[in-house]
Design a protein around this ligand. Structure first.
Ligand code: CUA
Length: 319
């Protein structure tokens, strides 16, 4: 889960145009900083050697007070360097916030951050999901980012970011991926106890796979088939549906208190964090506070083993 375990998941291996633009700006600033450090070090070393105290020479050197020429020099040079850095930085930043073109039917996603989970809504497709943002490859996806509570920041090192999500206002940013894959995302703004674990994934798919996913989300298989799953749905109705919605069922919530669980079985992570398997699912439902400190998900350790097994069977049947 840390950068150390995933050495390739960095801004230095961008997988899209937005990420490449950010890397260009990062590299330019590194070159400029390296140049400044090299020049300052060279002058420093030269002065140390050239003006060192020589044996037998105790004379006071010429005292200089103020130098218009030097003052100008070390004011103007940084201004020029900052200007060189500012132009591509501003150009890139503003280009990422560009409006979705009206004529081309672009893919728009409303991203809402919550303590400590992510909600993704596709307003033009009528889909709502959580924790995993699906996007088609080779296409700009226009994000509208806001927050339900405190300030969070959207960051997918290989694709784009960081962009703040502020309560009460909307920031815009587009992202794109040029290779299919699952890209790790992080919240990049300290937002409370669960901040470090407010992870999400961006799943980039070829256009046709993405369209298939959209169709599936529009027509989710949410009805239980086995007796176990049916009993699990009962447990869900009694315990979970006041916060979690599942599309294609009667389970709709009014507010957005918790992640929409439609298609839960397809997600590769639970709570954006744990590998999606039965063992982790039980761990999460029994002791969510141990997995993600600060989470609003209550503990369901009071469920009987049978209820827990049925509930897991139901959740893992949601496709
Ligand atoms: Cu959300 Cu940090």
């Amino acid at each position: 889960m840390t950068g150390c375990e995933e050495p390739d998941r960095t801004v230095f291996s961008p997988k899209g145009e937005a990420g490449e633009g950010s890397l260009d700006v990062i590299m330019l600033s590194i070159y400029i900083m390296t140049f400044v450090v090299a020049v300052v070090l060279a002058i420093f070393i030269y002065v140390l050697i050239r003006y060192r105290q020589k044996p037998g020479d105790n004379s006071i050197p010429k005292q200089v007070e103020g130098s218009m020429k030097l003052e100008m020099l070390w004011t103007v040079i940084p201004i020029i360097l900052l200007a060189i850095l500012a132009v591509p930085t501003l150009t890139h930043t503003f280009s990422l916030a560009e409006e979705a073109p009206k004529d081309e039917d672009p893919l728009r996603v409303k991203v809402t951050a919550h303590q400590y989970w992510w909600e993704f809504e596709y307003p033009d497709l009528g889909i709502k999901t959580a924790q995993q943002l699906h996007i088609p490859t080779d296409e700009k996806v226009y994000l509208e980012l806001t927050s339900d509570d405190v300030i969070h920041a959207f960051w997918v090192p290989e694709l784009a970011g960081k962009q703040d999500l502020n309560p009460g206002s909307t920031n815009k940013m587009w992202i794109d991926a040029d290779e299919p894959g699952t890209y790790e995302g992080r919240c990049a703004e300290l937002c409370g106890a669960g901040h470090a674990l407010m992870n999400f994934q961006v799943v980039a798919q070829e256009k046709e796979d993405f369209d298939k996913w959209v169709e599936k989300r529009k027509n989710p298989s949410s009805e239980p088939k086995t007796a176990e799953q049916k009993a699990g749905k009962e447990v869900f109705t009694q315990n979970c549906m006041s916060c979690h919605a599942i599309d294609g069922t009667q389970m709709k919530t009014k507010g957005e208190k918790a992640p929409n669980l439609t298609g839960f079985a397809e997600r590769n992570k639970i709570a954006g964090l744990l590998e999606n398997n039965d063992e982790n699912l039980e761990k999460w439902m029994k002791h969510p506070e141990q997995v993600k400190p600060g989470t609003y998900m209550p503990s369901f350790d009071f469920l009987s083993d049978e209820d827990m097994d049925n509930l897991k069977a139901y959740l893992q049947s949601l496709e």
